[in-house]
Structure formats: C-alpha cells, structure tokens
Design a protein around this ligand. Structure first.
Ligand code: AMP
Length: 269
C-alpha cells in the first residue's frame, strides 16, 4: 500500500489508473468502512482510501478535537485488506485558498441534520468535490448509514462529475443493532446499551409510526427515559422522494439524531 500525503505525488502515482475506486473516510476505520473498501476492491482495478478529518464540516470545535484518530491501527487494517493507495493530506493541501463559499448543494441539505448543523453538507460536498478533482475516480463509495449525505453528494456528483459513479453501500451493524460508527469509540459501555435499545425500539415501532398508530412524540418520551439528554430529530421519510427524479417504489426510513453525553449519533432504520 502506497501512503501519499502530497497532491503532486498523488497525481504521479495514479496518473495512469483508468478504473480507480475511491473510498473517502475520516479514519478510525471499522467494519462499516471495510465493507465499502471490499466492494471497491471487488469492482475496480485499484482502490484508493482517504483519511481526512475535514475540519470545516464540524460545527462544534470539541467534536472536531475529540474525533477519534488512530492512524497506526487504520494503516494496518487497510494494508491487510489490500488497499492500493492511502491518501493522508493535510488541511493546507486540500484548502490552500480556504473553503469554497459558493458551492451549490440540493435544498434537502437544509432538512434533518442540516437544521442542526448549518453549512455541514456544503462542507462535505466541498471536500468531496476537491477529492474528485484530484483523484478522478471511476467509482466513489458512500454508506447508507449517512443517508442524507449519500443523497446530497450523489445529486452533486451527477450534476458536476457525471463520469463518476456513486456506489451506495448497506449499513453495517453490530450484533446488538448499533450502526458501526467512528463515534462509537467515544461511547461508554452503558451508552452502547442505550444506543442498542434505541435501535430496537425504532425497528419494532417503525410500522406503527408509518401507520401513525403510534406518534413520534411517544417514541421520543420513551427514548428520553433511557437516559438520552437530547434528540435533534426523529422523522419518517420516503427515501425515494428525497431528491428528484423520484422513484415509484416507496421505502420509508426512520431518521434519528440524538446525543449520548456529548456524542451525537445518527441512524436511519
Ligand atoms: P466517515 O469516516 O464516518 O466519514 O465514513 C466514511 C464512509 O463510510 C461514509 O460514506 C459513511 O457513510 C460510511 N460508513 C460509516 N459507517 C458505516 C456503516 N456502519 N455501514 C456502512 N457504511 C458506513
């Protein structure tokens, strides 16, 4: 595995690659990331993974500072699985002239997490745009765990880099139902138990929520009794009606964002 930190070197290494799969990550690699990477290795000639904790997309400075960073462990996991290139740029390599304030993203970016994290999705799209311009991948891999991000980025890529195919990958969960996430490293044992209970409640009640035989306010009350200190939102949306062109098939998902201590978790079930 070639480890590359500089844009110029990156260009040299990947110049001739015509069938490159790209998996952008913020590191603290887990089985969720590995499922994307395995798919890329299976579908493409070469696979490049980036680890870049993208500061502009964090709206709480403590969240950025606390974000898990375990580079040595990440490198050994990525080597073992057969990644060809690992791109580890610095902030200045990616933002030599600061952020792009004119980036245009779909209005869906104002809903769900966008209501609570202003400009978050603009910053995510900005960094993905920069990486695509450097790497020119044939395929780029995103997880359904971050469904809103996936839909917004997919819309942007279709409009601006139509030669890149976005590959959506299923959410990988622990046996207890928790969606794998780098932020889970920040949870205590008890907090993990609560997260698992929340997953189970939402799964069990999903159909009742859709039928409205049970209300979101009731579910919220139940979740608060478990020890959650804040729920940003619980919403049910048809993922095929989020961004045009709409599909006929209806797929409802329950979207949730909540806090355990100071750790913010999101999921869609
Ligand atoms: P992150 O490092 O959290 O920015 O995630 C990098 C990529 O991995 C994103 O496309 C995520 O949606 C995806 N991802 C994170 N967790 C999971 C998971 N549990 N299952 C599938 N994909 C995931």
């Amino acid at each position: 595995m070639k480890i590359i930190s500089h844009k110029k070197k990156l260009k040299k290494f990947i110049l001739g690659e015509r069938n490159l799969g790209f998996v952008p990550t913020m590191g603290a690699i887990h089985k969720g990331h590995l499922s994307l990477i395995k798919k890329s290795i299976a579908q493409c000639n070469k696979t490049i993974v980036s680890i870049f904790v993208n500061k502009p997309q964090f709206n709480r400075i403590n969240d950025y500072k606390k974000y898990p960073r375990v580079l040595k462990k990440d490198i050994s996991l990525l080597k073992k699985i057969g990644v060809h290139y690992l791109f580890l740029p610095s902030h200045n390599q990616i933002y030599p002239d600061g952020i792009n304030k004119r980036i245009k993203v779909h209005p869906f970016s104002k809903k769900l997490c966008g209501k609570y994290r202003p400009h978050h999705f603009e910053s995510v799209v900005d960094v993905v745009d920069r990486f695509i311009k450097l790497i020119h991948p044939k395929k780029i891999y995103f997880g359904e765990k971050d469904m809103q991000q996936l839909k917004i980025v997919e819309d942007f890529i279709k409009k601006n880099h139509s030669y890149v195919k976005v590959v959506a990958c299923k959410t990988i969960r622990e046996k207890n139902g928790i969606a794998l996430s780098s932020r889970n490293f920040l949870l205590s044992f008890d907090e993990r138990m609560i997260a698992s209970k929340i997953y189970k409640i939402l799964r069990m009640r999903k159909n009742n929520l859709i039928k409205k035989s049970i209300y979101i306010t009731d579910i919220k009350k139940k979740i608060f009794t478990l020890g959650v200190n804040k729920i940003d939102y619980i919403e049910i949306l048809d993922i095929n009606k989020l961004i045009k062109p709409y599909k006929n098939k209806v797929i409802y998902k329950v979207f949730i964002a909540y806090f355990l201590g100071s750790t913010r978790l999101i999921d869609n079930i």
